[in-house]
Each structure stands twice: as structure tokens, then as C-alpha cells.
Design a binder for this molecule. Structure first.
Ligand code: F0G
Length: 461
């Protein structure tokens, strides 16, 4: 009898409720993508087979979280679910004060308004779309201080999300510490391909900023995923729990913005967490203007409860290993058939390298946007452009940014798809790859003013 090659591992959960998927024909998909202006954001979800647009708010909640939803205390003020969330944020993230928000950008808005003055500079380990926009709307200028390796889709280094300390020191010398309200540190770095920052780097950023009286605000959206990479890649952490690593990461920062829609296994929710009482006091006041009272921040009590319970589940090693393991499974399959992807494989997504996938399509003809449309046409899989369309324009000159990375993100919702879905995905990417030479680019026929990737429309050239 032939012997199996290895011992497999599987998801640490079983399925209790299922959501049927619609299967579409190639003709239906062509009509749908044309109607959507070749923008996968404008597709109807009903027309999508496997939805890898984002891992944001697309998670499957556990029975324990759903049970918590029934325990929503929908009081306008002082809901018990708020206190449960506060307790878990303090326990796992270690910050003293909590301001809930409806999602991550709500927290970004508030912290930007409090800390940034017109003419300030906000350095960060690569931009994120909403984060940078809020910094700019407050009169700040974002400065990218991520290590150069992050812009190289092939460089195999373990912590491509690290801050380049020399770039940070140079900025401080050039503009002065008083013009830098905080360093914006993301863990992991979404736009670099879900790449992590090391504990060592966080520690050094803290030491350097402390010397100059500059704050550090972490984007903790996928910090649990980052903690898994620290555990598996950084010397000295192999025996630490995910929870302990997460807490240590946060200890090198003054506060965090959080989109609970990722790590925390919910469909909606976020928060701002802080250590400085005065900043908290202002945030608690501002949140009333934009989100709702400071004990609900735009969320129902049941949403606060689901998020509080989600933190307990997110930091379980078996969960996070399976979550990142699924992404690795697909990534390794694609690498084995020669598909160009960002390496190392990131935490929440596989990033197809559209510049190398379609070397004959110039960046001005949107290779990543084209590739996302082709994937949908092939199999009904929905991905997201993360290239020139997402990068937008320079707010002063109006010129397009031309990011080095022109990527298509295949983003994995947590606990939603099976390994068979993953196989279908890999086979579809392979088929689009085999047909790559027959494909031409797109032209943009409608461009909205803010975050254009969400609503821009395209036509085939
Ligand atoms: N920070 C990061 C790193 C993110 O990935 C996101 C959202 C946000 C902040 C904003 O949070 O959506 O709750 O307001 N990223 C989603 C994505 C949209 O698809 O990557 P939000």
C-alpha cells in the first residue's frame, strides 16, 4: 500500500451553519464585470463565488460570539458589553483607556484630529489608504519610513514591515521633533503584503522616539497576525504565547487604532486605545461628535460583546496558526507553479505581482486592476487591486502616485472557506496565468475624488 506523504493538520473548528453560494456562467460574469466598470468593488456580492476582496468584516463568528450577541445590553449609556470590551482590551492589549468606534477609520479620524496640526509630518511604515487620508485631512503629510526591502516583492526577509530607523532619524533632523506628533506603526503592514514588524524594531522605535518626545501610535488591526510571525520567526519568542507577544508589542506604543473587523473575528467594530489620560479625555469627547456616546462609539451593545469575545479567540495559537496556515497553503501552491507573488507570504493575503504577471501592460494601463477583473471572469473569484488605483494622487500636485508595488490581493476571510475552495482558487489563478499573453489593460473612465479605488470605473483598451 502506498504511504501518505505527511501528517496533515486541519481547521480547529467544525461548521454549524452554511451559506449557499451562487454558481455563475462565463456569460453572466462578463455582464457583471462590465456593469461594475471592471472594478471588483462594484460587483454585487451575489455574483461572486469565492469572495477574497477583503478580510475586513467578512469573518465567520463562533457560536460563543453569536451567543454573546444575544446578551447585547442596548442601553444608550454604560452598556455592560462596553465594560467587557474594556476589560479585554486592557487584558490583552494592555492599554489603559478605551474609546470604541464603529470601525478602524473612526479611530483614525479621532486620533488624527487630536494629535496632528497643520504642517506636521507623520512618518509611518508604509501608508494605508484610510490612515493616510485622515492624516492629510488634518493638515499632516505622511512620510514613508519603511525599510527599502518592503518595496521589493521578491526579497526574502522575515520582517519586511520594519521601520528604517535611519529614515526616521533623518526626518527628525530635517523637520524637527516638534513637527512630528507621532510615528504611525502598522502591525502587520497591509500594503506591503501583510508583512510583519519585529519586536526588536518596535523596541528601537520606542527608544528613539522617547528620546525626542514623539509618540508612537500603532495600527493594531492585524497585530495578532504580527504576533504569530514574531513567535515563529524572531529569536527568543518561540516559547511565548501569542497573548504575551501582543501585549509586549503594545507596550512599546502610546496607543492604538483598531479595526476589529480583521483580527477580532467580527463583522463590524473598532476602537481607539490609549495610555495618556489627557489624549483619552479629548478622544472620549470627540467620539460623541462622530460616532456616538463614548460607551458605544457607533456600535450596538451586541457588537461590542462579539468583539470582546473575539479577542479571547483571536489570540489562541491554534486559531492563528490555521488562519495564517491557510494563506501559506495557497501561496506555496502558487509558487510551485511559478506564479509571481509577494514573498514571504503575508498574514492575511496572497499578493499577486501584477507587474511580473503582465509585464506587457504598463502601469498607466492598470495591470493589477486588469488582473483582478480577469480572475473574476475566469471563476467568479473576487480580488482587490492594490496598485496605482489604490495609491491615488499627490494632494498638492494632483499627479498620480506610481507605487513600486502593483499588486492584486487575494484576501482570506477568517474561518470562512475550506481547503477545497483554496484549491479552486489556485487552479483559477493558474488558468489566468496561462492565458496572460492574450490580455490587454484598462483605461479609467470615472475617477472619484477620495479613495478612488472604491468607485472608479474602467473600460477595456
Ligand atoms: N488599517 C489597516 C491596516 C487596514 O487594513 C484597514 C482596513 C484599516 C486600518 C481601516 O479599518 O476598514 O475598519 O475602517 N482595511 C480593509 C482592507 C478595508 O480591506 O484591507 P476600517
Amino acid at each position: 500500500m502506498a504511504k501518505l506523504e505527511r501528517r496533515s493538520w486541519a481547521e480547529p473548528f467544525k461548521i454549524k451553519v452554511v451559506e449557499p453560494l451562487k454558481m455563475t456562467t462565463p456569460e453572466e460574469r462578463l455582464a457583471a464585470i462590465q456593469e461594475a466598470g471592471y472594478n471588483t468593488f462594484l460587483l454585487r456580492s451575489e455574483d461572486v463565488y469565492i469572495d477574497l476582496l477583503t478580510d475586513s468584516g467578512t469573518n465567520a463568528m463562533s457560536d460563543n460570539q453569536w451567543a454573546g450577541m444575544m446578551l447585547g445590553d442596548e442601553a444608550y449609556a454604560g452598556s455592560k458589553n462596553y465594560y467587557h470590551l474594556e476589560e479585554n482590551v486592557q487584558k490583552y492589549y494592555g492599554y489603559k483607556y478605551l474609546v470604541p468606534t464603529h470601525q478602524g477609520r473612526g479611530a483614525e479620524n479621532i486620533i488624527s484630529q487630536i494629535l496632528i496640526k497643520k504642517g506636521d509630518f507623520v512618518p509611518g511604515n508604509m501608508y494605508f489608504t484610510t490612515t493616510r487620508l485622515h492624516q492629510e485631512l488634518c493638515g499632516g503629510t505622511f512620510i514613508d519610513i519603511i525599510v527599502d526591502d518592503a518595496h521589493d516583492s521578491q526579497k526574502l526577509v522575515p520582517f519586511k514591515g520594519n521601520v528604517d530607523l535611519q529614515k526616521l532619524e533623518d526626518l527628525i533632523a530635517r523637520v524637527g521633533a516638534e513637527k512630528i506628533p507621532y510615528v504611525s506603526v502598522a502591525a502587520t503592514v497591509n500594503m506591503a503584503g501583510g508583512q510583519p514588524i519585529s519586536m526588536e524594531n518596535l523596541r528601537t522605535v520606542r527608544a528613539l522616539t522617547s528620546k525626542h518626545g514623539i509618540k508612537v501610535i500603532m495600527d493594531a488591526t492585524r497585530a495578532v497576525e504580527n504576533a504569530y510571525f514574531i513567535k515563529t520567526r524572531e529569536a527568543g519568542f518561540a516559547d511565548s504565547t501569542i497573548a504575551a507577544i501582543l501585549k509586549e508589542m503594545c507596550s512599546y506604543t502610546d496607543g492604538a487604532t483598531m479595526s476589529g473587523k480583521k483580527d477580532l473575528l467580527v463583522n463590524i467594530g473598532g476602537f481607539l486605545a490609549l495610555n495618556d489620560y489627557d489624549v483619552f479625555e479629548e478622544a472620549r469627547n470627540l467620539v460623541v461628535v462622530y460616532e456616538g456616546l463614548h460607551t458605544y462609539g457607533g456600535l450596538a451593545g451586541r457588537d461590542l460583546e462579539a468583539m470582546a469575545r473575539g479577542i479571547d479567540e483571536a489570540v489562541q495559537y491554534d486559531h492563528i496558526k490555521a488562519r495564517i496556515g491557510q494563506v501559506e497553503y495557497v501561496g506555496e501552491k502558487l509558487l510551485s507553479i511559478g506564479v509571481p507573488i509577494v514573498q514571504p507570504i503575508g498574514g492575511h493575503a496572497i499578493f499577486l505581482d501584477a507587474k511580473r504577471f503582465y509585464p506587457h501592460i504598463p502601469q498607466t494601463e492598470f495591470p493589477a486592476q486588469t488582473l483582478a477583473a480577469e480572475l473574476y471572469l475566469d471563476s467568479g473569484i473576487r480580488a482587490m487591486e492594490r496598485g496605482i488605483v489604490s495609491a491615488g494622487r499627490n494632494k498638492e500636485t494632483g499627479d498620480n502616485y506610481y507605487p513600486k508595488l502593483e499588486l492584486v490581493r487575494l484576501t482570506f476571510p477568517r474561518r470562512v472557506y475550506t481547503q477545497a475552495h483554496c484549491d479552486v482558487l489556485a487552479e483559477s489563478v493558474e488558468s489566468v496565468f496561462e492565458n496572460r499573453e492574450n490580455i490587454s489593460g484598462l483605461k479609467m473612465i470615472y475617477e472619484p475624488k477620495y479613495l478612488r479605488f472604491f468607485q472608479a470605473r474602467f473600460e477595456r483598451l
